[in-house]
Design a protein around this ligand. Structure first.
Ligand SMILES: C[S@@+](CC[C@H](N)C(=O)[O-])C[C@H]1O[C@@H](n2cnc3c(N)ncnc32)[C@H](O)[C@@H]1O
Length: 250
């Protein structure tokens, strides 16, 4: 009876008497084995597809979605920037900012990159994010900075001061209207942004190649350089690629 590799009646008896979850001979639990069946894989794919359709119809995940992520204290958003898995691409980004520049950051999250840019000598910094929880965390990290709760699609912050550089790391792929967002950056400002080559629950798009990135964003730039970076500790990019965009807004 049951799934190959299991004696299910034995498993129920064993679990009722407090035994640990029974292991399949290949080390997977019964639940994992069920999840791996073709039927369950199809169900998972269908649910994921449905979620994406809803996400796209809403223009991207709402701010509450990010509030939820940030309030769970995931180490990715709590750690110092030097421990971040984004460190290699953040280092490359900081090297492209001239010391003393004024910077506006779109979707600054909890402010780790902001802290790094300030440590590396940017002259002034304004950051915003539409997640109030992200901004609360960023304000704790950087109590002397201007950090605002604002939506990239509607805020007037782009023209509230003159910014030399506008930064947006791992934000554009969360917003259906990413092109109108970049169009709002004043002409002549340097844009430094990253987009990924991998999918995620809140991504509305991702990119397979440098050419795809260029095709989408190139028309908004005077000249656009696209560099490829990997996660910290991932020498061959098998955990995903970040495309770093660098150019002047046309
Ligand atoms: C993956 S996180 C990246 C955070 C940070 N830039 C970093 O690199 O660690 C995406 C961020 O974009 C923010 N975001 C998404 N859509 C936004 C919008 N329409 N306006 C402002 N922020 C937005 C989210 O709240 C979230 O903090």
């Amino acid at each position: 009876m049951g799934h190959p590799g299991y004696n299910v009646s034995y498993w129920f008896h064993y679990r009722q008497h407090g035994g640990p979850e029974m292991q399949h001979t290949n080390g997977d639990t019964l639940v994992t084995q069920i999840k791996k069946t073709p039927v369950m894989q199809q169900v998972k794919k269908a649910v994921w597809g449905l979620r994406k359709k809803v996400l796209v119809a809403r223009g991207g995940a709402p701010s509450g979605w990010y509030d939820d992520v940030y309030s769970h204290g995931h180490e990715d958003y709590v750690n110092h920037y030097s421990e971040s898995r984004y460190l290699p691409v953040w280092e490359a980004l900081c090297e492209r900012i001239a010391p003393g520049s004024s910077v506006l950051e779109i979707g600054c999250g909890p402010g780790q990159l902001a802290e790094m840019m300030l440590d590396k000598g940017v002259g002034s910094y304004v950051g915003f994010d539409f997640s109030p929880t992200a901004i609360e965390l960023a304000r704790k990290r950087l109590p002397n900075c201007r950090l605002e709760v604002a939506d990239a699609r509607t805020t007037d912050l782009y023209t509230s001061e003159k910014f030399d550089v506008v930064v947006a790391t791992e934000v554009l792929e969360h917003i259906i209207d990413d092109l109108p967002v970049l169009e709002r950056v004043p002409r002549g400002a340097i844009i430094l942004a990253t987009v990924p080559n991998f999918d995620y629950a809140s991504h509305v798009r991702f990119f397979g190649t440098v050419e795809q990135v260029r095709e989408r964003y190139g028309p908004l730039f005077e000249s656009l350089e696209v560099a490829t970076h990997f996660h910290a500790g991932d020498p061959d990019g098998s955990h995903g690629i970040f495309y770093l965009l660098h150019g002047r807004r046309a």
